[in-house]
Design a protein around this ligand. Structure first.
Ligand code: HEC
Length: 121
């Protein structure tokens, strides 16, 4: 109900103010990360998950401050957008036995969060 009300409100905004906020309709990768990743990936590596700083284009399971599963360790290769997409779509299919599990991700949310991963340095 609230959702419908706010959608109606948005549609009634003048075109000018919508044009001034182009990010409104796009999925925000930082937002996806905050709600679906950050509970485990909290910055530095911790007991729950490795740090994701610089993970885009890095070797898979290459940090020495996190005890990866043997499954991810054995995977080899690099985190390209394609391997990140496959892993986030289905961690268990990408690396059977991985310690990371994840609920369903829409194509849009995965693309947005992968974009956000590129900003983590
Ligand atoms: C329930 C905790 C948890 C959540 C939620 C979670 N992860 Fe992970 N993530 C892990 C663990 C644990 C690993 C290490 C997996 C292994 O060793 O098999 C990992 C590994 C990764 C890696 C590989 C890191 C490396 O150094 O190779 C990436 C990339 C990643 N996660 C991204 C994400 C993203 C993006 C999200 C949100 C969409 C997310 N994770 C949500 C626990 C989590």
């Amino acid at each position: 109900m609230v959702r419908f009300a706010s959608a109606a409100l948005l549609m009634s905004l003048p075109a000018l103010s919508l044009a001034a906020t182009p990010a409104l309709a796009a999925v925000d990768g930082a937002q996806v990360f905050a709600t679906q990743c950050k509970m485990c990936h909290q910055g530095a590596s911790n007991a729950l998950a490795p740090s994701l700083a610089g993970v885009a284009d890095a070797k898979i399971a290459a940090r020495d401050d996190f005890a990866y599963s043997p499954a991810l360790k054995a995977k080899g290769g690099t985190w390209t957008d394609a391997t990140l997409d496959a892993f986030l779509k289905s961690p268990a299919a990408f690396a059977p036995g991985t310690k990371m599990f994840l609920g369903p991700q829409s194509d849009e949310n995965r693309a947005a969060v992968i974009g956000y991963l590129h900003t983590l340095k």
